[in-house]
Design a protein around this ligand. Structure first.
Ligand code: KG4
Ligand code: ZN
Length: 333
């Protein structure tokens, strides 16, 4: 079955074609038109600019995705589109485009939750992976544990009480002058620093909960950087990145242990843009190795926002009987 999928929830316009069956999940094309350079000028995503850029890009990348996959619209069995959460004006671009395409060509349409899509990116990397399992979604907007009971049934069991981990990396990266978004730069810089040189607060809150809180860590690091600047002292950037990362990895690993204990699963799936972080991947992998649990993470090209992951989830939503109509709407949160 061929799935044509769309994603425009934030600052990437994406279109993909997948060939999905019970025995194989194949990415035929996965095209992304990134707006990162445009938003970098402002240090963050400007919603109005994002919507306009999606409109400019979406037709072109659709032709490209079909072309690279070597198929035409007549071959497509189902169209999948992200309808939330995300920036409402941005989401509406792909939602309306996918609706028109489905209606005009009489192709079934399914809507996909962006977070479920991130998790489904793992099905494309790991052909043998199937639910149930524990999932940890770490992105610019989320830091949540899910009990993934089936391909379509997710229960959120814990999350962040304030900022997401990606937001924390990005804000600190910005104050340190790293290119936007700062997550990837923090990852690289942390490899050169001493992770025990500065003690920052833990996002783990307390032992009684699996929830996180990243706002205290973010504020503490920004205060540290501002104080250094005011005193005219040199900022040990690599040590800061390594120490922040250490605090985040320790917290995530301790909550991963707790979540595995709570759910009784011996399988954890990492997903979302921050799943590209080498330190977080290594930390969770080590925890899993020690307790004989299996660890899954997407290949790096499927960590950030893309449409292939939306197509994978869309396929399972379709098999489960979900169908969207021309009245499909987008939801921001
Ligand atoms: O999933 P995503 O592409 O968009 C959202 O749904 O939010 O995640 C984007 C986030 C940004 O905060 C970005 O800085 C972060 O993922 N990110 C990373 C790395 N690569 C991307 N954070 C830490 N380390 C990385 N290597
Ligand atoms: Zn995302």
């Amino acid at each position: 079955m061929y799935v044509l999928s769309f994603e425009s929830s934030c600052d990437e316009t994406a279109c993909a074609v997948l060939e999905m069956s019970e025995s194989a999940r194949i990415v035929k094309s996965n095209i992304i038109a990134s707006q990162v350079d445009t938003h970098a000028l402002y240090g963050g995503v400007v919603p109005e600019i994002a919507s306009r850029a999606h409109i400019e890009a979406i037709s072109k990348i659709t032709y490209e995705a079909l072309d690279v996959a070597g198929v035409s619209l007549r071959d497509i069995d189902v169209i999948a589109v992200t309808n939330g959460p995300g920036l409402i004006g941005a989401l509406l671009v792909a939602v309306n485009f996918a609706k028109s395409l489905a209606y005009a060509n009489d192709i079934p349409l399914v809507s996909v939750d962006h977070i479920k899509g991130h998790v489904a990116g793992n099905y494309l990397t790991h052909q043998e992976l199937k639910p149930p399992f524990l999932a940890l979604v770490v992105s610019g907007g989320h830091t949540s544990f899910f009990d993934v009971k089936s391909y379509t049934e997710f229960e959120e069991i814990a999350g962040t009480r304030d900022d997401a981990v990606g937001e924390c990396f990005d804000k600190i990266g910005r104050v340190m002058g790293l290119p936007y978004p700062g997550g990837a730069g923090m990852d690289r810089l942390a490899k050169e620093g001493d992770s025990l040189s500065i003690t920052f607060p833990s996002p783990a809150i307390s032992k009684d909960t699996l929830d996180f809180s990243f706002s205290g860590l973010k504020t503490a690091v920004i205060n540290y950087l501002n104080t250094k600047n005011q005193r005219g002292e040199e900022i040990p950037r690599a040590d800061v990145a390594a120490s922040v990362t250490h605090s985040i990895v320790e917290a995530i690993c301790s909550k991963v242990k707790g979540a595995l204990n709570k759910t009784g699963y011996d399988k954890i799936v990492l997903a979302g843009g921050v799943s590209a972080n080498s330190h977080i991947r290594n930390g969770i992998e080590a925890v899993c190795k020690r307790r004989g649990a299996s660890f899954y993470a997407p290949t790096l090209d499927l960590c950030g926002d893309n449409a292939a992951m939306i197509g994978a989830q869309g396929y399972y939503e379709y098999l489960n009987g979900a169908r969207a109509d021309v009245d499909l709407n987008a939801y921001p949160s």
